[in-house]
Design a protein around this ligand. Structure first.
Ligand code: 13P
Length: 248
């Protein structure tokens, strides 16, 4: 089943998040597509209380440790029963909060250990792409993030390829064509096959909108999308879900 993940990033108050989620649940009937909402961690608990069965929730971030003296952090165990998924290693976390491949390894393992499914984000910067280092960077991110993942656990892991330069809020944002996306996704699937003899769900993210989602799914061969800006507009996000449903 195709998957659409809404990354709301650091947007919306708790009340606004609840209102948006309620309106979205009225607007769409997401049969045939798995819709995952990643609100701010602050809103996660209240959304989990009003969630209807066809939606899933994701945390945008968490700390790999269990409960303890870590002021300001969200323990991986606090996600249990609240979030079905958790983003790990989003490029904004890597860029602004200095998250390393070691952090992603720990987070992926910690999430799996409590039954939360990690969505491991990988992708290169504009400069790395210019230097033709895309494959190298993506490979390092994959190998590190998955280092403690067993073949049995792989079914609970989702990979999201998000080239940093194609994110709508990036400086001098560029266009990652469906062909560009396909070549990275193919590379990721090859790596997974080499490591595990099988692949996982691989999403594309970066300026996805209702008028280009189908081409990323069809020409890009993505198993779904990780959507930022466009997921903050009710009608636009509803259209993305509907367009995804139509792709078999
Ligand atoms: P945009 O869809 O706004 O480009 O954001 C992509 C993203 O970072 C989702 O995680």
């Amino acid at each position: 089943m195709k998957m659409v993940v809404a990354n709301w990033k650091m947007h919306m108050s708790g009340a606004e998040s609840e209102r948006f989620f309620k309106d979205l649940m009225k607007e769409v009937t997401p049969g045939g597509v798995e819709v995952v909402i990643a609100p701010s961690n602050f809103a996660l608990y209240s959304l989990s209380k009003i969630k209807q069965w066809q939606f899933s929730l994701a945390a945008q971030n968490f700390y790999h440790m269990d409960y303890g003296a870590y002021t300001g952090e969200t323990a991986v165990r606090q996600l249990v029963g609240v979030a079905d998924y958790a983003l790990v290693g989003h490029s904004e976390r890597r860029q602004y909060f200095r998250e390393t491949n070691k952090d992603t390894r720990r987070k992926v393992a910690a999430a799996l250990s409590v039954g939360v499914k990690p969505i491991l984000c990988v992708g290169e910067t504009a400069m790395e792409r210019e230097n033709k280092e895309t494959d190298d960077v993506v490979r390092d991110q994959l190998l590190a993030g998955l280092a403690d993942v067993t073949p049995t656990q792989l079914k609970d892991v989702v990979i999201a390829y998000e080239p940093r330069w194609a994110i709508s809020t990036a400086k001098n944002v560029g266009v990652c064509t469906p062909e560009d996306a396909r070549s990275a996704l193919t590379f990721i699937r090859q790596q997974l096959k080499e490591l595990y003899g099988k692949t996982a769900r691989v999403l594309y993210g970066g300026s996805v909108k209702s008028d280009n989602i189908v081409s990323y799914l069809k020409k890009g061969e993505a198993d779904g999308a990780l959507v930022g800006g466009a997921s903050l507009q009710l009608k636009e996000f509803g259209d993305i879900i509907e367009a995804t449903k139509a792709v078999r």
